[in-house]
Design a protein around this ligand. Structure first.
Ligand code: UD1
Ligand code: CA
Length: 449
């Protein structure tokens, strides 16, 4: 059975005070909308329609990149109207659909799966949760038989109804063809003058279709309307990701200080010290050791590699097994082959460093000439002396040695020595004479005062 997913994201999100669409703000390195799309896909959703406002180009590009369709809701006439726009885009689809919001990044696939399972049994389901503070959420009025009677929006609710603790999370599963019919029948004669999606269950009940209530965790149901709520969602997501990483065998001594991305992969027995930040696209293989205060994104760290403290790995950094990258070393779009070492104060960009090659302290690949990027290729078992500038494009052959302080502008053949610094001169006794002269000058000056 094909399943559809509808994500409502046409709200303007004005409380974020941002020029960016609300659902594009990231949680653990992925726009909130991306989290919802991923969770729906993991719940077996084949087709996803995202409802956006007319100015949501950024949202449309992102959804397209994730294989989701988009439909524009010209005016924000309410959640029921928004769902109706999506239903209209799904005219060629029949089967169950789940509806959720683009600003609820913490909803897990299992909740969507539970909503589908309950829908399959009775024809419709809705997710409820019990927040510590029910605030302005819609309240769920449940019948004696346990099925939903109806939802009352806070602004339309009586004092007695406002005392109900079970709240509407906004997740609804139903047949797509029913959704089309019911959204078309909605009225906006309520406190907010909006077409409420929450009036749909009452329409279903009138047709004899009972709505099953599935319950979900209050943290999962957390919605983001402000910067403070975005930070709270980030904290909750980090807790979830850290727990998963530990469960999968990653070693972390202070997990509460480690920032993970939605897709960070840490294999068992890899160790992550405190205060490490992972951007998107990182894989850490088994037995690797990431030392404190490192910043890592778009990088693959091989088995047994040692990184940091204070290392920076940028997109395209690939460290093969047992590579060492030490303090204040930055690596971008560069492969360090097995056993290579760059232990101190170095920049390696657009480069290859061959097996077992040692990169001395202060080595810089000069990969940018102000207009374009060029590559540096360093062979195996080479030795790059400290404070070397490698002006790309340039190649250093296998087994070559570069003398410290050199600026390398031409290819260096295998097993050769290249040195570009000027010859050293010695002036015997010069320092001693200098000190004696300066000391005498200073004494004469003080006497004259
Ligand atoms: C809604 C529910 C409420 C529930 C709460 C949970 C309704 C009428 N009320 O209230 O029962 O407890 O969510 O958070 O559904 N949107 C559109 N187009 C619109 C209006 C909204 O796409 O015309 C989108 C928004 O971008 C947002 C979502 O729908 O992602 C929810 O809209 P919002 O206005 O925040 O609904 P609430 O008043 O919070
Ligand atoms: Ca809301």
């Amino acid at each position: 059975m094909m399943r559809a997913g509808i994500i409502l994201a046409a709200g303007l999100g004005t409380r974020m005070k941002s020029t960016q669409s609300k659902v594009m703000h990231t949680v653990a390195g992925l726009p909130m909308l991306g989290h919802v799309i991923n969770a729906m896909r993991d719940a077996g959703v084949d087709r996803i329609v995202v409802v956006t406002h007319a100015g949501g180009d950024e949202v449309r590009r992102f959804a397209d990149g994730m294989g989701a369709e988009t439909v524009i809701q010209e005016r924000q006439l309410g959640t029921g109207h928004a769902a109706g726009c999506a239903a209209a885009a799904l005219t060629d689809f029949s089967g169950p659909a789940v509806i959720s919001y683009g600003d609820m990044p913490l909803v897990e696939a299992q909740t969507f799966s539970a909503a589908f399972a309950a829908e399959e049994a009775t024809g419709m389901s809705i997710a409820g949760f019990r927040p510590a503070d029910p605030a302005a959420y819609g309240r769920m009025v449940v019948d004696a038989d346990g099925f939903l009677n109806r939802i009352v929006e806070y602004k339309d609710a009586s004092e007695a109804q406002r005392k109900i603790g079970l709240c509407n999370a906004g997740i609804l599963a139903l047949e797509t063809q029913d959704l089309r019919r019911w959204t078309a029948a909605l009225k906006n004669d309520n406190a907010q003058g909006e077409y409420y999606l929450t009036d749909v269950p009452a329409l279903a009940k009138a047709e004899g279709i009972p709505c099953t209530v599935v319950t979900m965790d209050a943290i999962e149901a957390m919605g983001v309307n402000s910067r403070a709520e975005l930070a709270a969602a980030e904290a909750a997501m980090q807790t979830r990701l850290r727990d998963e990483a530990l469960e999968n065998g990653a070693g972390m001594t202070a997990p509460e200080t480690v920032y993970l991305s939605f897709d960070t992969e840490i294999e068992p027995d890899a160790i992550v010290e405190p205060y490490v930040v992972f951007g998107p696209g990182v894989v850490v293989h088994k037995g690797a050791h990431i030392r404190a205060f490192s910043h890592i994104e778009g990088a693959e760290i091989g088995p047994g590699a040692i990184v940091g403290p204070y290392a920076r790995l940028r997109p395209g950094a690939k460290l093969e097994e047992n590579v060492h990258v030490g303090n204040f070393v930055e690596v971008k779009n560069a492969t360090l082959e097995a056993g290579a070492k760059a232990n101190h104060l170095t920049y390696l960009g657009d480069a290859r460093v061959g097996k077992k090659t040692n990169i001395g302290a202060g080595t810089i690949t000069c990969n940018y000439d102000g207009f374009g990027k060029s590559r540096t290729d360093i062979g195996e078992n080479a030795f790059i002396g400290s404070d070397t500038s490698l002006v790309a494009p340039v190649k250093v052959g296998d087994g070559a040695v570069i003398g410290a302080g050199s600026t390398i502008t031409k290819d260096v053949p295998a097993d050769a020595l290249a040195v570009t610094r000027s010859a050293q001169k010695i002036f015997a006794g010069w320092a001693k004479d200098y000190r004696a002269r300066k000391t005498a000058e200073k004494a004469a000056k003080q006497k004259g005062k």
